[in-house]
Design a protein around this ligand. Structure first.
Ligand code: PLP
Length: 380
């Protein structure tokens, strides 16, 4: 019997190949810098509040999320954007990944084109292709500090382009786009009638500069995508959200009904507690990530490597010797005791880099950096 050609043609991401090699190795044998999980447990007050809320009932919720959570999210977005956004313009999703796939359902038709950064988080391309869209990539070159050139982005827009993805702070580079770059891309998108999907899941993990906050520039063109996963160390609770123009959120209520019925009620209780409870945990984790970023930058630049210093998120790109193949390098590095993500997993532009994750405990990071720097095929 046949299966879907679209799903059948979908490769696994190039990170999975490395994860599969190391996931069952005994702890200590390998420094795992390949995956982007927050290096902290979910703060106890969030877990406790979710536990306490369960007796209130764990049934289906409205397909766009509980009223109390949408109100709290709208209040946050009003604070962040300075715009008067009502709760009806907020949709709760099963993580940012599901926000993006619901948006693909709501905005794209098969044959449309989705413009995504290169390098970027592999799911953008997978989500576009699952919808039957083509995917075009705009380059973020190491020589330009992994920042986009707005003119180059605009030149890639065609009549088939329906949406473009912005992601700042960026996975995999940790770079924070300057506000004028974000503004120029939003202006170009508006000029061509193209949606901007601004993935801001790392908006609370910025060390220098400011998150894209692209919705504030034009809430009719830009759809903001956010998550509890990284901010509150809540990856497994699977709660994210988005804000979009009213006609899009109205569509999404049908899309979410079809795809999910509703996001887990327990996850939504936890998210509400995270948002309305004490925020020191966010500042504390940010400072820890900053210390780990500082450690990695010190070690890498001290070894003579020229890197684009990450100003947000918890990743850094490390350059390989010219002409190196990052997939083969990552496989070789596993034998050297350190797991990294090959740049080729994120597109073509950074295939001569590997990504390291800085979210791991400091001792794991230190050992991983020792192993990486003693490997010998890196470049200054
Ligand atoms: N967007 C980016 C850029 C990410 O790096 C990730 C996770 O790594 C996500 C979205 C997914 O977030 P969530 O856990 O909310 O689905």
């Amino acid at each position: 019997m046949r299966v879907s050609r679209t799903a059948g043609a979908m490769p696994h991401s190039g990170i999975r190949e490395i994860v599969n090699r190391v996931i069952e190795l005994p702890g200590g044998r390998i420094s795992r810098l390949e995956i982007g999980e927050p290096g902290f447990p979910t703060p106890a007050h969030i877990t406790r509040a979710a536990w306490d809320a369960v007796p209130r009932g764990v049934g289906y919720t409205p397909s766009t999320g509980t009223g109390e959570l949408r109100e709290a999210l709208a209040a946050r977005l009003r604070r962040v954007t300075g715009l008067d956004l009502p709760a009806s313009r907020v949709v709760v999703t099963q993580g940012a990944v599901q926000a993006l796939s619901a948006l693909a359902e709501a905005l794209l038709d098969p044959g449309d084109d989705l413009l995504v950064p290169d390098p970027s988080w592999p799911n953008y391309e997978m989500i576009g292709r699952m919808r039957g869209a083509s995917v075009t990539r705009y380059p973020l070159r190491a020589s330009a500090g992994f920042l986009p050139d707005p003119d180059e982005v605009e030149a890639l827009i065609t009549p088939r382009t329906r949406a473009l993805v912005l992601n700042s702070p960026s996975n995999p580079t940790g770079r924070v786009f300057p506000q004028e770059v974000v503004a120029a891309i939003v202006t170009a998108a508006r000029r061509h009638g193209v949606w901007v999907l601004s993935d801001e899941v790392y908006d609370e993990l910025v060390f220098e500069g400011a998150p894209a906050n692209a919705v504030a520039l034009d809430p009719e063109t830009v759809i903001g995508v956010y998550s509890f996963s990284k901010t509150y160390a809540m990856t497994g609770w699977r709660v994210g959200y988005l804000t979009a123009p009213a006609r899009v959120t109205a569509l999404l209520s049908t899309v979410q009904e079809a795809l999910l019925s509703s996001v887990s009620a327990i996850g939504q209780y936890a998210a509400h507690a995270a948002l309305t409870g004490p925020q020191e945990c966010v500042a504390r984790m940010r400072e820890e990530y900053r210390a780990r970023r500082d450690l990695a930058v010190r070690r890498l630049t001290g070894a003579g490597l020229r890197i684009a210093v990450p100003h947000g998120a918890f990743y850094a790109m490390v350059p390989l010797a010219p002409g190196a193949d990052s997939r083969l390098a990552a496989l070789d590095l596993v034998g050297h005791g350190v797991a990294v993500a090959p740049g080729s997993a994120f597109g073509d532009t950074a295939r001569d880099h590997v990504r390291i994750s800085l979210s791991v405990a400091e001792d794991v990071l230190e050992t991983g950096l020792d192993r990486l720097l003693s490997w010998g095929a890196l470049t200054g």
